[in-house]
Design a protein around this ligand. Structure first.
Ligand SMILES: [Mg+2]
Length: 477
């Protein structure tokens, strides 16, 4: 894993730098005076130079997209003067100032297979870029149904990197904070007993599943027959002594997507319409049910099929609609974690701070000035990122990709700051935007920028460095 020293901006293949920041500053003064003599200027001094990519369409620019209007506000808008950077190299400043957060399905993975550009994008973040800079990143998915460690192992294989649980949040991760609040809970979704296991690992003390209820009373869902394996895995609720009506469910948690919507819908409704969560009872007022939590509210998600598939947000809507239809019009309010909830992004901020501190040696108390969030679903990824951006001092910058739920050519319900084709384009866009910031003396408050070793050496030898190739962060070389 990267260390603090490895964070220094370093071109691949170059020996580690030995110069201190102060010696860089001194070298900068010398080099700048030479540059002045050579006739180089920064914007704001005499002339403004626009990097080529900003004045024409490219892989990270989609002028025909419905998001073009957002471009007018982008710091990378052609209307915004950006310097032709001498070099963006700024030691640890570069990686310290920004980070990435990624949605997974439809961005990095689809149908269990990596999106090809995702592997390359991870390499770029891990230092294989023209600046040799490493950028911290985390993953924030609404998906779930497995232990975080298992999902990280899957992702590590898919993306050919080491993904740690310390940089990973899935839909049900925040539910662990409820473990001490409730006694008996009903957990829905996922394969086999997995979600029960996950809930118990979170500290929930008494976890029952729909399979337990069906085993105790097969009439609960007339068309659902447990397999022999399911029957054996289910816990015998009647072995506790007494009847089902002795059991009180204090909360319902939909951890992952239901594998049997019909019977799960029936059981959730039964509990929502019960007397205070007591099994096998029916409320007369339909306002006594326990709280119902979904790990997220996504109606659609990007799977292997060419069109987006229904997610647990659809089940949530069905639960609420059918409850109303069968309760004399009484409304049911359920709760959803995950994106686009701002609290989930706040959770992600805390994780990022910890991750940056433990893995990159950065100051934990300081969040990155900018977090680039890359997602494929406007209703959760973009909406949440934009909302987070409104509520925090640091910048949350939304980037929408075209490899998942969002369909190219349509108008997204929530407008991203940037629309790109793939996650690789998103990574390039964020890094180049940061380098452009560093290259602008205006944006850095007049702070001097160190010159690249190669440029310094060239100047020392009395010749003009090849700035067109060396110094232009927007040049794809
Ligand atoms: Mg997604």
């Amino acid at each position: 894993m990267p260390t603090m020293s490895s964070l220094s901006v370093q071109r691949p293949g170059m020996p580690p730098r030995q110069a201190s920041s102060s010696s860089f500053a001194e070298a900068f003064d010398v080099a700048r005076s030479k540059l002045d003599m050579l006739g180089f200027h920064e914007p704001g001094e005499e002339e403004e130079v626009l990097p080529p990519v900003l004045s024409s369409s490219s892989s990270v620019t989609d002028d025909t997209s419905p998001c073009s209007s957002a471009e007018a506000e982008s710091p990378l808008s052609p209307a915004t003067p950006i310097t032709a950077p001498i070099t963006p190299a700024a030691g640890q400043d570069v990686a310290d100032n920004f980070a990435f957060a990624f949605d997974i399905d439809g961005v990095l993975v689809r149908g269990g297979q990596p999106i090809p550009e995702a592997i390359e994008a991870m390499k770029v973040l891990n230092g294989e870029n023209e600046w040799g800079v490493r950028v911290p990143y985390i993953f924030l998915t609404n998906g779930g149904g497995k232990f975080e460690t298992e999902r990280c192992q899957d992702l590590s294989k898919q993306l050919e990197i080491d993904v740690s649980p310390g940089q990973f949040i899935c839909g049900h991760t925040p539910m662990r904070e409820f473990a001490d609040h409730y006694g008996t809970v009903l957990v829905i979704g996922g394969e086999g007993e997995k979600c029960r296991d996950v809930a118990e690992s979170y500290g929930f003390k008494d976890v029952i599943t729909p399979g337990d209820i069906l085993r105790a009373n097969a009439h609960t869902a007339p068309f659902r027959k447990l397999t022999e394996i399911e029957h054996n895995n289910a816990r015998d609720l009647l072995a506790r002594g007494g009847t089902l009506s002795d059991i009180v469910v204090e909360a319902v948690f939909v951890f992952a997507d239901s594998r049997d919507w019909a019977s799960d819908l029936q059981i959730i409704l039964d509990i929502a319409q019960s007397k205070g969560g007591r099994l096998e009872t029916r409320s007369e007022t339909f306002d006594e049910g326990p709280p119902i939590y979904f790990s997220h509210g996504d109606v659609l998600w990007s799977a292997a099929h060419e069109h987006a598939r229904l997610g647990m947000g659809a089940l949530r809507k069905i639960v609420e609609t059918v409850f109303e239809d069968t309760s004399g019009g009484r409304k049911l309010t359920t709760h959803a974690f995950g994106k686009p909830q701002v609290s989930t992004f706040e959770f992600a901020t805390r994780l990022l701070q910890q991750w940056r501190a433990t893995q990159h040696g950065l100051v934990e108390s300081e969040p990155p000035a900018t977090v680039y969030f890359v997602g494929d679903t406007p209703e959760s990824d973009i909406r949440g990122t934009n909302a987070m951006n409104e509520t925090t001092e640091n910048e949350w910058y939304s980037i929408l990709v075209k490899t998942g739920v969002y369909q190219a050519g349509t108008v997204p319900k929530y407008t991203p700051r940037k629309l790109v084709d793939t996650v690789l384009d998103a990574v390039h866009h964020g890094i180049r935007r940061e380098m452009a910031k560093l290259g602008s003396r205006k944006e850095t408050g007049g702070r001097m920028l160190p010159l690249d070793d190669v440029a310094l050496k060239a100047l020392g030898e009395g010749r003009t460095p090849d700035f067109a190739l060396r110094a232009d962060p927007f040049l794809d070389v």
